[in-house]
Design a protein around this ligand. Structure first.
Ligand code: ADP
Ligand code: MG
Ligand code: MG
Length: 873
């Protein structure tokens, strides 16, 4: 028979599928002998059954719950609904994959008028009892009946205003009693029935409500954003209450075993005295730093620290824990792997290896390659910061730098984004309803809330820059302005947020290069030693090449020569070459280009000393280089000694219907071999010159967009002849190779033939993807979104490689090529080379290297290392 309810003592950490993460870890902590309030978990299977049974609770499940209650009563010596020693409960959600704050919790369940009155006989308890009771009424209205907490919170706000209180702590016992009674009235008004007095009914209703909270809009959005399956369901944890709002030495808090922002090895968190759970997260009162606990309650601090160490050792990961202290005694209410920034993740992974908690391989698997982007991204320039005008300071909730325009509602943020702005979401505080706005915004600024407030936790998980608890900022929602001191900032004004320091600046502060530190270097060196596939970079200039090398690129896998032509004087010579009406004119223009291109290659070779550089010959459709404005046309016409009209006609004649499939790639050089000759000369002469200076270069000359072996052979002969002439002339031998790009399906399936002539292949997977699917990248943007939205295509084809179709072509091509030329060097150079999943695929199909943009080199390296580790496990 199916079992739907487990006492904590019957579960363990490996049962998260049915007990949910929270339930499984509560059970595990009980097994470890830690102080956890007693309780039981209703399984995710019960949740799924609830939905299958049209949102009703099966009698069998209800009976199992009643049974568990009886057992709980036996071990606690308390009774649900009992007048002398009532058992009060918390009812909490918890799914197999953590969804912090997404689903609901009800505390103090089991209280009613009679029990409250009885307990309040003890004068000292009055305030506490009615505080608990009014919370129950409010949470029940909210979670079970679906009415907002606003009207309930207004009762408190009104009393505070009337009596001139500044804090909730000023509320007296009488006030609390009044608030509870008033809450009952509000409940009756809203729900149109009395607040249920029967604790068993409260419980069953609460359980069902938690099941329903699995399907709230915000939970669905969260799951979609994080790729969490809809079918998991949530478990329900029913647990004896402990009271952080009981006495002066009672408190509640949230603590991380290490700093989730920077990874430092110290407890990190917050607590509130005389408070219950929600108070911390909601930001109603500003919590104290955990370091104050060390001073004020050293014993509790020590207990907490010991438990945190124990849990880390047990789980071998940084823990995010919730705790409550009742009359000086510590209880653990939750533990889970803590969310952290990538910066912290790196530091923690490395420290844990040093502490022998985990192995290097484990550490390498702990970081998702794409997340490295966070640390590679720029921060504010130090000098620029000194000069910048700081307008406010808050808490450094999630590190990074963001520059953008302020907006005060989720809707406005989304609209601003559509208009091409970089919206920063500015709110008093955020709640789970704001998720979409938070993910759309480039940064988040809140007025209230601490380091563990909703905004802070969510932003860190998203890797998004966030400043919290910025009390100096006043938001005028009606006029959509933000006021800091004497300054008023309208909606749409640009500000700069520093999530690393919590500072907010007026206008745009200049950015500096990334914050790469020792931890990053160590981590990457482990990855380099683990991976097998080579990682090269796509770099066109010496600057790109320097960045690429600093990130660990082993060479240049793709140097796009046309990028060298976009500078002012070069493009002019280039234009002359393109519109030339005969080969004489063309050669004249090419002669002008030669020294410029040669110089570029020399600079590049010097940077890449001793390393491989793969240079692609001119590739894009020529019209990309043509003058567009009237002025440009006039200037060019003048220099060519023709009229504007003649030039315009010439430009018209070069237009193509579909340039992506037009006169480009090697087709240009077939028509104008002079181009290939010039580029060969530039490369070989540059190589000769830097060789004389003691550099060692290995140029590889790559012909793009080849579809047939004869096409390749024709150009190869021209290149070879030119290169030989030059080397003979200078009496220097430069070792070089001539290869091709495989980016047309025909060349993929003809790879055995082409490999007879080509010495290496590089898969241009951008073009190969568009050609395989038969759409032009230039046009696909307008309709591909429909495919993604309708779920026809599961992911962006130009980001992650289509392993089944395009991947199959690669696989076929690799096999054919190696049949002809077994040791042939094969790699990819499309955008996919910097995508984690695609790199793993490249490793599997046996490519020699991937090449990607310089900033993605570390991502590719890590993905390559993980591919090896996965293979070995
Ligand atoms: P979430 O998933 O949002 O973290 P939880 O189920 O952990 O929700 O509950 C939120 C808060 O409620 C806890 O951090 C804790 O402060 C309080 N809480 C939960 N269970 C108990 C309990 N048994 N006794 C006292 N407080 C509790
Ligand atoms: Mg929790
Ligand atoms: Mg291409």
């Amino acid at each position: 028979m199916e079992k739907y309810v487990y006492l904590f003592s019957e579960g363990n950490k490996d049962m998260r599928d049915i007990l949910g993460g929270k339930g499984a870890n509560l059970a595990e902590m009980v097994n470890m002998g830690l102080p956890v309030p007693k309780g039981f978990t209703i399984t995710t299977e019960a949740c799924n059954k609830y939905y299958k049974d049209n949102q009703t609770l099966d009698k069998i499940i209800e009976e199992e719950i009643n049974d568990a209650i009886e057992r709980l009563e036996a071990v606690t010596g308390k009774k649900v609904g009992g007048m002398t020693n009532p058992l009060l409960l918390s009812v909490r959600s918890g799914s197999p994959i953590s969804m912090p704050g997404m689903m609901d919790t009800i505390l103090n369940l089991g209280l009613n008028d009679d029990i409250a009155e009885k307990m309040a006989k003890d004068k000292d308890s009055i305030r506490f009892i009615y505080d608990s009771y009014r919370r129950l009424i409010m949470m029940f209205a909210d979670v079970v009946r679906g009415y907002s907490k606003d009207e309930f919170e207004k009762i408190i706000a009104d009393i505070k205003e009337e009596k001139n209180y500044t804090s909730d702590l000023d509320l007296t016992a009488e006030d609390m009693y009044d608030i509870a009674m008033e809450s009952k009235k509000v409940y009756r008004k809203l729900v149109k029935e009395e607040f249920p007095q029967n604790p068993k009914i409260q419980l069953m209703e609460a359980v069902k409500a938690v099941f329903r909270s699995w399907n709230t809009e915000r939970a669905k959005v969260y799951r979609k954003m994080n790729n969490i399956s809809e079918t998991l369901g949530t478990a329900v944890n029913v647990q004896e209450m402990v009271y952080g709002n009981l006495t002066n030495d009672s408190l509640t808090g949230v603590v991380f075993s290490r700093n989730p922002s920077n990874g430092e090895k110290d407890l990190y968190g917050e607590y509130l005295e005389k408070a219950q759970g929600e108070d911390i997260v909601s930001g109603v009162r500003t919590p104290k730093d955990i370091n104050d606990l060390k001073k004020e309650y050293p014993k509790i601090y020590k207990d907490l620290k010991d438990i945190s160490k124990l849990l880390e050792k047990h789980y071998k990961d940084m823990q995010d824990m919730e705790f409550t202290v009742e009359k000086g005694k510590l209880y653990m209410l939750q533990t889970r792997s803590g969310k952290r920034t990538t910066l912290a993740a790196l530091k923690i992974a490395i420290n844990m290896v040093e502490e022998k908690l985990i192995k290097k391989e484990e550490a390498l698997m702990r970081i998702e390659p794409d997340k490295l982007e966070e640390v590679l991204h720029p921060s504010f320039d130090k000098e620029a910061l000194k000069k910048a005008n700081m307008i406010a300071i808050g808490l450094p909730a999630s590190p990074g730098a963001s520059i953008g325009q302020i907006y005060f509602t989720v809707e406005d943020v989304i609209n601003a984004k559509k208009e091409g702005k970089n919206p920063i979401l500015v709110r008093v505080e955020t709640s789970p309803e704001d998720i979409e706005g938070m993910s759309t915004a480039v940064g988040i600024l809140t007025v209230r809330g601490g380091m563990t407030s909703h905004a802070a936790v969510v932003a860190r998980a998203m890797g998004k820059c966030c400043v919290c608890g910025c009390h100096e900022v006043f938001i005028d929602e009606r006029h959509k302005t933000m006021i800091c001191g004497d300054n008023t900032f309208e909606e749409g004004t640009t500000i700069s947020l520093n999530g690393t320091t919590g500072r907010v600046y007026e206008g745009e502060v200049a950015l500096s290069e990334s914050g790469i530190d020792e931890a990053f270097e160590t981590f990457m060196s482990w990855a380099v030693n683990t991976k097998k596939i080579g990682v090269m970079a796509n770099a066109d200039t010496e600057k790109d090449a320097e960045v690429a090398l600093s990130f660990g690129a082993e060479g240049i896998g793709l140097c796009r020569t046309e990028h060298m032509f976009f500078e002012e004087d070069k493009i002019f010579a280039m234009r002359k070459m393109i519109v030339a009406s005969n080969s004489e004119e063309r050669e004249k223009a090419l002669k002008e280009l030669l020294p410029m291109q040669m110089l570029d290659f020399q600079n590049l070779f010097r940077v890449m000393n001793h390393k491989k550089v793969i240079i692609r010959f001119l590739d894009p459709p020529l019209h990309e280089f043509l003058p567009k404005t009237k002025e440009e046309i006039t200037v060019l016409a003048k220099s060519l000694k023709i009229t504007d009209e003649e030039l315009t006609l010439k430009i018209e004649s070069l237009k193509e219907f579909n340039p992506m499939m037009g006169h480009r790639g090697c087709r240009l050089a077939i028509t104008y071999p002079e181009i290939a000759v010039m580029q060969t000369r530039a490369i070989i002469e540059a190589a000769i010159r830097v060789t004389k200076d003691g550099c060692e270069v290995y140029p590889e000359l790559m012909i793009p967009l080849v579809s047939d072996v004869n096409e390749f052979k024709y150009l190869k002969d021209i290149i070879k002849e030119t290169a030989t002439d030059i080397m003979d002339k200078y009496k220097v031998n430069i070792p070089y190779e001539i290869g091709t790009m495989i980016e047309i399906p025909r060349s993929a399936v003809m790879s055995d033939e082409i490999a007879k002539e080509a010495e290496f292949f590089s898969y241009g997977t951008n073009d190969l993807t568009q050609m395989t699917y038969g759409f032009s990248r230039d046009d696909a943007g307008t309709f591909l979104n429909d495919y993604y939205e309708k779920g026809i295509f599961k992911h962006d084809l130009f980001k992650t490689i289509d392993t089944s179709g395009v991947g199959k072509l690669l696989d076929v091509s690799i096999k054919l090529a190696r049949k002809t030329r077994p040791t042939m060097q094969l790699g990819i150079c499309g955008e996919h080379g910097g995508d984690g999943k695609s790199v793993e695929f490249c490793h599997k199909i046996g490519l020699d290297y991937v090449s990607c943009s310089p900033y993605r080199v570390p991502i590719a390296i890590l993905a390559a290392a993980q591919a090896v580790i996965k293979e070995n496990n």
